[in-house]
Every structure is written in C-alpha cells, then in structure tokens.
Design a protein around this ligand. Structure first.
Ligand code: PMP
Length: 440
C-alpha cells in the first residue's frame, strides 16, 4: 500500500520508538498474522524473525488462545482486583508459581514489562522498610540495561537515548558495567568465556555507598534490547553471591528471557541462579493481550504479611492488574506451551540456530555474532558518522525480502517464535546473507 493511500490517517498516531516522519514516507503496515508469518497490507507473507517484539512465543493466531479470549470477554469482561477477585487470577498465579523454582512462590500482576519493572523496584524498597532497614533505598542497574520506559525503568536502565531528554530520573541510582567485551569475546558461541569478574563491580559500588544503603540490583539475564549481550560464564552466580553477602535483593528482568526463549521455562532455570524477584510480560500471553507479572520470593512476601491484620500490605496496583481477559489469554497460552513442549523446545533447535547464525561470519560489515537459546545478534560495523544507518538499511531490505528483523544501533537482533521450523531458520539466514551483501 502506498503512502498516498494512507495520507489521511497517518498523522494522528504518534508512534513509539519510531522515526515518524520517515515512516510516513514508507509505511510498513501489517494487517494479519498466522503461525510464523505476518501479512502485509500489500499482500505479502512476512516471516516473523522477531516474534513481534520478542513476545509472540507460541506463534500467531493460535486458535486456543483466540477462543479463550473471546469466551472470557463474553463471560466476565472486567473485574476489579482491589479488594475483589476472580477465580482465573488465582488459578493463573498458582500455575505460574508452580513453574518457578522455590522460593519464588508469589505473583503480582501488571500490564507490561515496564510496569513489572516499576513494581519490582517498589516492592524491593518497601521490603527493606518492612524489615526495618529503611536506609536501604539505593537501586542499582547496569550500563546498557533496558528495563522499559517508566521512570523507574529508565533510571535503572542504562541506555542514554532513553534517559537524556527526560530530566533527573530517580535519585539514588547507580550502574555497574555491562559485560560486553568484544576484544576477548567476539564471535563467542553461547555464553562467552571471559568476564565473570565484571560482577565484582558490584563490590566496588557497595564499598562506595555501603550495603546498608543499597536495596536491590536489577539485571536482564541476557540483555536483549540493547543488542543481545550474553552473560559470561559464572557472572550471574557471582552477582547472586555478592547480593546474598550484603542483603541486597537481586531482580532478574525476564521480560524477554521468560517463557521458553532459552530452552528452559525461565532464565532462572537456564543459569541455575535464583533471584529474589523476577519481572515478566511478553510471552506470558504470547503477546496476544497486554499483561505482565512479577514473581516474588516467599521471604519478601512474608515480610509484608507480618503487618498488622486488616491493613493493605502493599499500596500498589493497576486498574487492569489481573484483568480477566489477560488471565484467560495467559492460561490458554500456558496450555499451548505445555501441550507442544514449547518451553523446552528451543533446547532441541538451539544448536541448529547457532550454526546457521554463525554461518554469517565473514560477510561484509559483520564484526560480531552473539547467541543464546533462540536469540541471535549480528553486529555490523557502523558507517563513520552515521551510527544505526547500516543496520536500518538491512532492516528495510529484509522487509522488502519478506523478513521481519529488529535493529538496535547497528546490531540486528533476532528472536523468532518458538515454533519455528528448521527450514524457516534457513530462510532467515539465506535472506540475511543476501541482505548483508547488498547494503552499503
Ligand atoms: N524489560 C525488558 C528486559 C524488556 O526487554 C522490555 C521490552 N522489550 C521491557 C522491560 C519493557 O516492556 P514493555 O515494553 O512491555 O513495557
């Protein structure tokens, strides 16, 4: 479809994270989706190399989820979760808690990853206060971390573009370094060998501020939105040990890594490191209905439940927390995951994925390739003075060739639905190989 055909209705929608004026010259409209493909407005089948935005884990248009949503809308369209409940919220929370290792036994519902992050940060602060440690108010994140776009999330996040135009952020936030170390780890397959010692940054920050002032550290187990930075071997375990030593809560932001992306239900399982809080969203409903969830350890939950009876334990929540339609979508999504073994399927195809991805090594402009589970990144050398331009060219060319990819800076990021077939993996990398030979 041409821009002229849309010219009457392209102005009102201020698009998120988009070059709006550029988009309007060349609108890329999606009008349908089924399984591994989108249908574009000009009638093409576009292979979804990104599961939408890292979220459509079960593939598009899953009948079971569609039916559960429409049934729920007719049966109970909305119910408040403040001092009221509905059965599916309790059923879903119990089912989710059973999927997580102990002691992550409690679930707080939100509507997005950003809300999950802000919720987890607030719970961490309130927890220390409930324990009588109210001076523990500092929050720590990492450089290049992405934790959504709420003020809490951009404060602990470490992407300058998301921060620099929005004022002072939360006070009392510090960052430790990211783990990207191309000099030692370029073209690593899976977890890099070098860099566990980056975790010792945490000791330095603790020495500076004193542990009695630090509430929590939030990290993405794999930092995805910032270009797929895979944690070096041993790094996350070391973070856990340091947090334990100093009574600092560890928060894993699993908005992307949750729900099978690494070949285990959660990154918690993959890395065998159990944090105190886990933020999720996206794959929770396979992207069908907005929903997020924060998993919380019993130690934290119990600290709140020690409050005098008949008090509200946590002054926090959303009109749409545990929305019945989202709960129904999530329960159906979990059924699909269970019936098709999708939460572990990636462990069977990860090697194939890794080999196909790394076959792009040696193509023009490629300076690094990274992967874990069903996530991949191809980093391109930037055009001097024009960062992001080269990868964006690749994005446009790939779309012309019926493949949806995502770019961040000059990094191409890939994260297809977990139902992808090997032939479709081949198609992704054949297309990309052609694209990389064609761009400037
Ligand atoms: N945390 C992480 C790790 C994410 O990847 C994202 C989204 N990509 C978010 C938080 C924010 O999620 P949302 O866009 O649903 O607010």
């Amino acid at each position: 479809m041409t821009s002229a055909q849309y010219s009457n209705n392209l102005e009102a929608f201020w698009m998120p994270f988009t070059a709006n004026r550029q988009f309007k010259q060349n609108p890329r409209m999606l009008v349908g989706a089924k399984d591994m493909h989108y249908t574009s407005a000009d009638g093409r089948q576009i292979l979804d190399g990104t599961a939408g935005l890292w979220c459509v884990n079960a593939g598009h248009g899953r009948t079971k989820i569609v039916e559960a949503v429409s049934k729920q809308v007719a049966e109970l369209d909305y119910a408040p979760a403040f001092q009221m409940g509905h059965p599916k919220a309790f059923e879903l929370a119990a089912r989710l808690a059973a999927m997580m290792p102990k002691p992550l036994d409690h679930v707080f519902f939100t509507n997005s990853g950003s809300e999950s992050v802000d919720t987890a940060l607030k719970i961490a602060l309130a927890y220390h206060r409930a324990k009588g440690n109210g001076t523990k108010y500092r929050l720590l994140g990492r450089e290049r971390g992405y934790h959504g776009v709420g003020f809490g999330g951009i404060s602990v996040g470490g992407i300058s573009g998301n921060r620099k135009t929005f004022g002072t952020m939360l006070t009392g936030v510090d960052h430790i370094r990211h783990t990207h170390d191309p000099a030692r780890n370029a073209f690593s397959r899976g977890q890099p060998e070098f860099g566990a010692e980056f975790a010792d940054d945490l000791e330095k920050v603790i020495a500076l501020h004193d542990a009695s002032n630090i509430a929590a550290l939030i990290v993405e187990p794999v930092a995805c939105s910032t270009g797929v930075l895979v944690p070096p071997k041993g790094y996350l375990k070391r973070l856990r040990e340091i947090c334990d030593k100093h009574d600092i809560l560890l928060i894993f932001d699993e908005v992307i890594t949750g729900f099978g992306r690494l070949g285990t239900p959660f990154a918690v399982d993959y890395f065998d490191v159990i944090p105190d809080l886990v933020t999720t969203a996206k794959g929770l409903t396979s992207g069908v209905v907005p929903m997020g969830a924060v998993f919380c350890s019993s130690k934290i939950y119990d600290a709140f439940m020690d409050a005098p009876e008949n008090t509200i334990e946590l002054f926090h929540g959303y009109t749409y927390s545990a929305h019945p339609v989202a709960c129904a979508a999530s329960l159906a999504t979990l059924d699909v995951y269970a019936e098709e073994g999708l939460l572990t399927r990636v462990s069977e195809i990860a090697q194939y994925w890794e080999d196909a991805l790394h076959s792009l090594k040696g193509l023009p402009h490629v300076i690094d390739i990274r992967n874990l589970g069903l996530i991949g990144a191809i980093e391109l050398e930037s055009i001097p003075g024009a960062p992001t331009k080269r990868a964006f060219q690749a994005f446009l060319k790939a779309y012309e060739r019926n493949l949806l990819i995502r770019t961040t800076g000059d990094i191409i990021a890939l994260s297809p639905p977990l139902v992808i077939e090997k032939s479709q993996i081949d198609e992704i990398f054949d297309t990309l190989s052609g694209v990389l030979k064609e761009i400037d």
